[in-house]
Every structure is written in C-alpha cells, then in structure tokens.
Design a protein. Sequence first.
Length: 197
Amino acid sequence: MLEAARAQRRELLNQLERAEERRDDLQEALSQTPQSETVTRAGLEARLKDTDARIASLDAEIAASEQRVSTAAAVPGATYEPPRPPAPPRSGPPEEAWFLGGMFIFLVMMPMAIAQARRIWRRPTATSTEMPAELTDRLNRLEQAVDAVAVELERVGEGQRYVTRVFTEQAGQRALGAGAAEPLEVRAREAVQQGRP
C-alpha cells in the first residue's frame, strides 16, 4: 500500500508539472496576442482559468496523497529496504598506496622540480665553456709540433729541388759534349745555387 501511495503521488506530481508548463505556454500566448483580437484573448483567458483550476485541484490531490503516504508509512512493517549488495572486491593497489604515492610526489619530487626550475631561471643567458688548462697545453704543444714538421718538410723540399736542378744541369752539360767538370770558384758556385749564370 505504501508503494502504491508513493506511485500515485509521483504521478500527481508529474501531472502538476505538465499543467504548470501548459499554463506558462498559455500565459505567453496571451501576452503575444494583440489587444484588438478580443475573441482570441477571451478564449486564452478561459483556458488559463481552467488550467489554474486544474492546478488547484492537483495541489489538493497531492496533499491528500501525501497524507495517505504518511498514514501507510506509519503501519509497522510497511517500509522495507532491501539489503545492499556487498561491494565488489577491489582490484589493484590498496588506497594507502595511492596516498603514499601522492605524499612522495608532494614532499620529494615537487621540491626537486622547484629547485631545478630555479636553477634554470638563474642560469646566465650566455654561458662560456672554458677548456681545462691541461687540454689547452696539449693543443699548444700539438700546434708547435705541426709547425716544426712543416718547417722541416720545407727544408727537405728545398734540398730536393736543389739536388734535382744540379743533376739536370750536369746532364745538360754532358749532352752538349762538355769535358770533365772543372772546379768552380766560390762565387760561381754561389751564383749557380742562386740560379744566376
């Protein structure tokens, strides 16, 4: 009986809601109708009065229905709540693990992130990377060694060019039929070395 009274009350509340929506529609239509259309306005006003009467009667029925619900609820054993089904078993880590993980992030990771952000913000815009002194010394020694090798190669090249020129001149003199080579004076030798006749 209690459930039947509750169902009746729900239905009456639904009817009241629909009647109030109908009244709002009629009120809007009446406000949009011009004053010159008296017949239409009179019909809308009559329907509005009927809707108001219906709303009043629904209010009275709802009050009577609520009285029946309260009377039926007063009967011992009328209300029955079925037992709640047991909660399904949890899968995954327990709630404490989530809490401890959140605390770890808040207490450990957040200060580390803030410290790193401060380091990045305070970092100078143009950072100069200096080489260690030991590496600079090694590069200087390597540069000096390369220069020394270049000088020695230039000397070897000059010697090779001189020897080649001397052999070429001697071969040219033999081809012309010149006799045995005579010793040259010191000035003549210097002139030959410098490329002068």
